[in-house]
Design a protein around this ligand. Structure first.
Ligand code: NAP
Length: 246
């Protein structure tokens, strides 16, 4: 089967392509750097010709309100072209718990993306992942102020990106779920504790100060973005990941 990967040069997309290339499927790789733009539609019909599945792993340029229009246009463009091409599985990478945290503009945008896919004309699979372990350093940097990192106690269940890629690859090579699968790491931590673990493993002079209003996760209800019942749990723990990557 031909599988088209949108966002193939990205953090997730590039790892997914590497994994899918080890299967018997034909993998095609697309983003603006290869002449495919889901905002303008340029190159999209050609990218999807003869594809049995397409994975949508693109991301918006910003986390603010502008992400809503970005995900609306790009998702509608992809669904329209996928229907025209007879694609049998549109796979969307989304985020665990966004329906309980839709006050966050970026999560509102991702939820809209899911709704469009669910209501769209093509069989679909939604893979919801928790926050990537590789993304925790960025979360700390958002609310660093000198040597203080302000973090709320919102619970986060970080997952290694490779564990997410395993599920994405499995879903992309199988029949459409017409539903959602959740993928998370093995353990949930209050974000302030996750910050302390990170800074213990990679000390840089900063320390954690609890601030329930800090950053994006200060707007997220305490248990909204941890694994729901039935989620698939990755095998890599955060302490293992820190040790391996440090
Ligand atoms: N970070 C997390 O913890 C987390 C957790 C769960 C889910 N996710 C989801 O994972 C997805 C992928 O994230 P990522 O970090 O891999 O993103 P990324 O590294 O920023 O990569 C984004 C990709 O999208 C492409 N792209 C951007 N605009 C495009 C357009 N108009 N048309 C076609 N391609 C376009 C980019 O290439 P060009 O710039 O060349 O076009 C790039 O290949 C996101 O949707 C995010 O919501 C993230």
């Amino acid at each position: 089967m031909k599988i088209a990967v949108m966002g193939a040069g990205g953090f997730v997309g590039s790892r997914l392509v590497e994994k899918l290339r080890r299967t018997e499927n034909e993998i095609t790789t697309h983003d603006r750097s290869t002449g495919v733009d889901l905002l303008t539609g340029e190159g999209v019909p050609e990218a999807l010709a003869d594809a049995g599945a397409v994975v949508n792993a693109i991301d918006a340029p910003s986390f603010d309100e502008a992400a809503v229009a970005f995900f609306r246009t790009t998702t509608e463009t992809l669904l329209h072209a996928a229907a025209q091409a007879g694609v049998r599985n549109v796979v969307l990478l989304s985020i665990v718990g966004i329906d309980d945290a839709a006050d966050v503009p970026y999560y509102e945008a991702k939820l809209l993306q899911e709704r469009l896919v669910e209501a769209g004309p093509v069989p679909y699979s939604i893979v919801r992942a928790t926050q990537f372990m590789e993304f925790i350093e960025s979360i700390l940097s958002w609310t660093s102020d000198g040597d203080a990192v302000r973090l709320p106690t919102t619970r986060i269940q970080p997952v290694a990106v490779d564990d997410v890629v395993d599920t994405l690859a499995e879903v992309a090579t199988g029949p459409a779920l017409n539903g959602v699968i959740n993928v998370a790491g093995p353990t949930a931590y209050p974000l302030d504790a996750l910050g302390r673990l990170t800074l213990q493993a990679r000390p840089d002079g900063r320390h954690v100060v609890v601030d329930e209003t800090a950053g994006l996760f200060g707007q997220v209800p305490r248990d909204a973005v941890v694994a729901p019942p039935g989620a698939r749990l990755g095998s890599t723990s955060y302490p293992q990941w820190l040790k391996h990557g440090a």
